[in-house]
Design a protein. Structure first.
Lengths: 238, 226
């Protein structure tokens, strides 16, 4: 990585929520520091948050039920919020959603702040809702999310099974913002995580300046749908 | 190929329904279904996608969640026995009968914007489900807006998730007269867009009407004690 392009680096602690407006022309690298991390993610057009990540449009435009390098994240307005320009994990889950208080209590038992201080148990849904409220958004805006670094296998009969060894220590992805993207991350465990213990993992972030995608950009040329998606996104900024 | 299908016929008679309405292709339908009522959608001519949203009728921020529903049952397809889960963790409705076999909840609703991406920028002016959803929300009022249009169910639609992580739109598994029936577990607001999509096989390239029926609990003696 070109060090001069790096704007800043930080770590998201386990079970935490993080938000930032990722500007067009910057990228965000996420590293799974210990292996087995999960980063729940949701994206909005910061300039008009009624435009937001749309799971179905993302999946059907690219005929995918997994996310990896070369994939893009569509808004409901036919534009590309961000692109996955690097991926060493190979599979990221777009379909399984996030944990909530009832699920975390049932899986891991009770651990409240009074007894456990900042090691108390957290759940992804509450984390997202609190962070959304800070940006003037709320429960009506919590749409389907992505779970980076996690894989859920879908069998031919539709059955879903969590794959525990999808992401190893050091695995990383890089997301390039194609718009000004309100990005909210949560590092709680995947809701289908087969680990019976409450053990969310940290991730490292690096934000840096990047060039806007050229005509030969791999995400753009990966399929004609994405070519049109980039065209519509570029028109938005004209 | 092994598929999750739970074919189950209903004992309810259309004659005993307290409400019946045919929804033509390309039109929205919106109505409250009360707790305990039974709600059936009939694919009258076959291969017709009925894009459907549900809300807690008393709190629209608590609404059908595709991700919570598939995670709760750990299966991506909807059929008899599936509990339709809200974003707040409530059971909105339960599918109690299904002569189609399975239904999609990952393919979403077609939109003029996604049609531009998927097919051609010139497709912008073709009618789409999200136009119908927005129209229904505006007409319904009561604070319902585009912010509330989230993940939907596509009844009668065959969207296949492959073990390799692919997603394909295949010819319908439905046929003329096939239906899906649900029991409302709480008061719910339902919105249907009878899909006008002409660019893929989800409607067999020929969008057709669906029929909606509602029964009160006990309005069809002998049918409820399944």
């Amino acid at each position: 990585m070109d060090d001069e392009s790096v704007l800043w680096e930080e770590t998201i602690e386990p079970g935490a929520t993080w938000s930032h407006v990722l500007k067009r022309g910057t990228s965000l690298r996420i590293v799974d520091l210990e292996g087995g991390a999960n980063v729940g993610a949701i994206f909005y057009n910061f300039d008009c948050p009624a435009e937001r990540y749309n799971m179905a449009d993302t999946l059907k435009a690219q005929h995918i039920a997994r996310l990896t390098e070369g994939c893009v994240f569509y808004s409901d307005m036919g534009r590309i919020l961000c692109s996955m320009i690097k991926d060493t994990a190979g599979w990221h889950d777009p379909i399984s959603g996030c944990s909530d208080a009832a699920l975390v209590l049932q899986k891991y038992g009770e651990a409240r702040y009074q007894q456990h201080r900042n090691n108390c148990h957290k759940n992804a849904r509450d984390g997202f809702l609190i962070e959304l409220e800070k940006w003037g958004l709320g429960a009506r805006d919590l749409t389907p999310i992505v779970n980076f670094f996690s894989r859920v296998r879908v069998a031919e009969d539709g059955g879903m099974k969590f794959e525990p060894d999808n992401s190893r220590a050091g695995a990383s992805i890089e997301l390039r913002a194609e718009m000004n993207v309100l990005t909210i991350f949560n590092t709680c465990q995947h809701p289908l995580d087969s680990n019976p213990r409450y053990e969310p993992k940290p991730v490292a972030l690096t934000v840096r300046k990047v060039c806007v995608p050229g005509s030969d950009d791999p995400c753009r040329v990966s399929r004609p749908e994405n070519q049109r998606g980039f065209t519509l996104t570029e028109r938005y900024f004209l | 190929m092994a598929t999750k299908t739970q074919l189950e016929e209903s004992r309810r008679s259309a004659k005993r329904a307290v409400y019946r309405e045919v929804v033509p292709a390309g039109e929205p339908w919106i109505r409250v279904i009360h707790r305990g009522q039974f709600f059936r959608i009939v694919d009258l001519e076959g291969n017709q996608a009925a894009d459907t949203l549900f809300y807690n009728a008393h709190d629209y921020s608590d609404r059908y969640s595709a991700q919570d529903t598939i995670r709760a049952q750990q299966n991506v397809y909807l059929t008899t026995g599936t509990r339709l889960i809200s974003s707040g963790g409530n059971v909105l409705l339960t599918i109690v009968a299904d002569t189609c076999g399975r239904h999609d909840t990952l393919g979403g609703a077609c939109a003029t914007e996604s049609n531009m991406v998927r097919y051609a920028i010139e497709k912008r002016y073709m009618h789409a489900c999200r136009q119908s959803f927005v129209k229904a929300a505006i007409q319904w009022g009561r604070g319902l807006s585009k912010r509330d249009l989230t993940s939907n169910i596509n009844f009668f639609m065959n969207v296949v998730v492959t073990p390799e992580g692919g997603l394909t739109f295949e010819d319908g598994v439905s046929g003329p007269g096939k239906y899906v029936e649900m029991r409302a577990e709480m008061d719910v607001l339902a919105i249907i867009s009878n899909c006008p999509q002409l660019n893929n096989p989800c409607n067999g390239y020929n969008p057709t009407p669906v029929e909606v029926l509602i029964w009160d609990p006990g309005s069809n003696p002998g049918a409820d004690d399944v």
